[in-house]
Design a protein around this ligand. Structure first.
Ligand code: NAP
Length: 318
């Protein structure tokens, strides 16, 4: 077998067949045009595969979600392996919430990453119902204990509270930040009007991201929120980037055809599309190591202008 002739899909399939995680993208053999490993250098595609937060921290453009993990959907060992596979392949941002499975998602992540916490950019969330000063502190401490860590890299408000409470929530986040419990904070499910109001309260501009749904088949944020965030230098974190459980795009013909041309899956195409701008972080969830290996390809997949045009035609958006 001449390894230099394997394309990415063949290589991934053989790794999966032998139960191997692909060790590092740079260790890949030759890959087809368009799915090539990024070159190095400031103007290279690799630069577009990480996203800079407003405080200058660089995070992987592709992370891992976890809302169904720890709930018996896959064997626990598979879910832990899936997370570690993702980390090994560069999907080092992990998104969770104290609310997912009543803390079971955080518990599973805490166990899976215990030996490599420092490699992970850990994101968790506080619920709107917990958004009092005491409540935020209590929720954060509980998340830290389940995640077996002493700090979160990013703490998000899961759903908006009334605008009149924005100041108090920001103050609560800033208190946690000053205490070293969190490194940064952000919001989730905020619309453009709520972002504008948030930026008007003291320290509101310290917000690091807004986590919202965004995928080929859900392009609503392109109308105003995405341009607003770009204008304010605020990265967007895209949840349900494969369309979410009930509306997955992984079986759709167009991304599958584009994937076939690049030697990768429809899922990789869909994720590469979500992170194409350099201002969006995608957090696909999978409890399957094989799926995670497919998804990680998006980190180095450069879609051509022709691919983007074809995807626009198939998913017209807003
Ligand atoms: N802030 C919020 O309000 C909010 C709301 C929703 C979600 N989220 C976050 O966003 C994360 C992702 O969102 P999501 O779970 O709704 O949607 P998603 O990531 O678009 O889709 C997840 C589904 O895709 C499947 N999948 C993943 N990779 C695949 C592949 N390569 N081939 C085929 N199927 C694949 C998964 O099944 P397998 O496990 O079998 O691979 C799972 O059923 C959540 O886990 C959570 O962390 C946040």
């Amino acid at each position: 077998m001449n390894k230099s002739l394997l394309n990415r899909r063949q290589f991934t399939t053989r790794c999966a067949a032998f139960g191997l995680a692909i060790p590092a993208l740079t260790a890949m053999p030759r890959v087809p045009a368009g799915a090539q490993l990024p070159a190095t250098g400031a103007a290279s595609p690799r630069a577009a595969r990480s996203v800079k937060l407003p405080d200058g921290t660089s995070v992987a453009a592709l992370g891992q979600g976890s809302s169904h993990l720890g709930r018996g959907r896959h064997p626990q060992s598979d879910e832990e392996e899936a997370l570690r596979t993702g980390i090994a392949l560069g999907m080092t941002l992990i998104d969770t919430s104290g609310d997912y499975g009543n803390g079971r998602s955080e518990g599973l992540i805490g166990q899976a990453i215990a030996a490599e916490r420092d490699r992970v950019f850990l994101v968790s969330k506080v619920e709107a119902s917990e958004a009092s000063a005491d409540g935020m502190e209590r929720a954060c401490e509980a998340s830290l204990a389940r995640l077996r860590t002493d700090h979160l890299d990013l703490y998000l408000l899961h759903w908006p509270v009334p605008n009149t409470q924005f100041s108090a929530v920001v103050a609560g986040f800033e208190k946690l930040r000053a205490a070293g419990k969190i490194r940064a904070w952000g919001v989730s499910n905020f619309d453009t009007g709520q972002m504008e109001d948030l930026f008007r309260v003291p320290d509101g501009r310290r917000c690091a991201t807004n986590q919202v749904p965004y995928s080929l088949n859900n392009r609503h944020i392109e109308r105003d929120l995405l341009p607003w965030c770009k204008q304010h230098n605020l990265p967007v974190m895209a949840y349900s980037p494969l369309g979410g459980d009930r509306n997955l795009v992984v079986g759709d013909r167009t991304p599958a055809q584009i994937g076939a041309a690049h030697g990768c899956s429809a899922a990789a195409v869909a994720l590469a599309w979500v992170i194409r701008s350099g201002n969006v972080i995608a957090i696909p969830e999978s409890g399957s190591p094989a799926h995670v290996r497919e998804n990680a390809v998006a980190l180095s997949l450069a879609l051509t202008p022709g691919d983007l045009h074809t995807l626009d035609a198939a998913y017209p958006g807003a």
